[in-house]
Design a protein around this ligand. Structure first.
Ligand SMILES: [Zn+2]
Length: 146
């Protein structure tokens, strides 16, 4: 994820506030998810974790992913690879772009979306608090390589 808005320290603070004590392995998992440029499945996160800590247990990774998802720090991508992949959640309403070629995920400038949502709120009277807009295509880098 290219965005600098994601800081693993913020996640650690949030876990701490929820009364969750974070082990060194969990801290590593937070780093893996917070800094990945690609949506990650739990299995992939486990693979990455074992590169630096070969003894990392699979169940540890699954439990941590569940905690992070419950806290809203990562979110599941629906309609992508069997809905098994996660990306870090950014504050506010965001458009997420996923490259169908290399799999890179990127949060896009969401100002036009903010306007659209504001308009929809005004005309419908609904209060919109979350959005899950996922855009698919070919990223700038992959287009150059074509
Ligand atoms: Zn790409």
């Amino acid at each position: 994820m290219r965005s600098n808005a994601i800081k693993s320290e913020d996640w650690l603070a949030e876990l701490d506030e929820s009364g969750i004590r974070v082990t060194a392995i969990q801290e590593m998992l937070i780093d893996i998810f917070a800094h990945s440029e690609y949506p990650l499945s739990t299995e992939q996160a486990w693979d990455i974790a074992r590169q630096s800590r070969p003894k990392t247990g699979r169940a540890t990774v699954y439990r941590m992913v569940e905690k992070l998802e419950n806290l809203g720090l990562i979110r599941r991508l629906h309609g992508y690879q069997g809905c098994s992949h996660f990306v870090p959640t950014l504050p506010g309403l965001m458009m997420l772009f996923i490259c169908l070629d290399c799999g890179r995920a990127d949060y896009l400038e969401s100002q036009p979306l903010d306007h659209l949502i504001q308009q929809s709120e005004d005309t419908s009277g609904h209060h919109i608090t979350d959005s899950r807009l996922q855009l698919y295509g070919i990223c700038a880098t992959c287009q150059q390589g074509a």
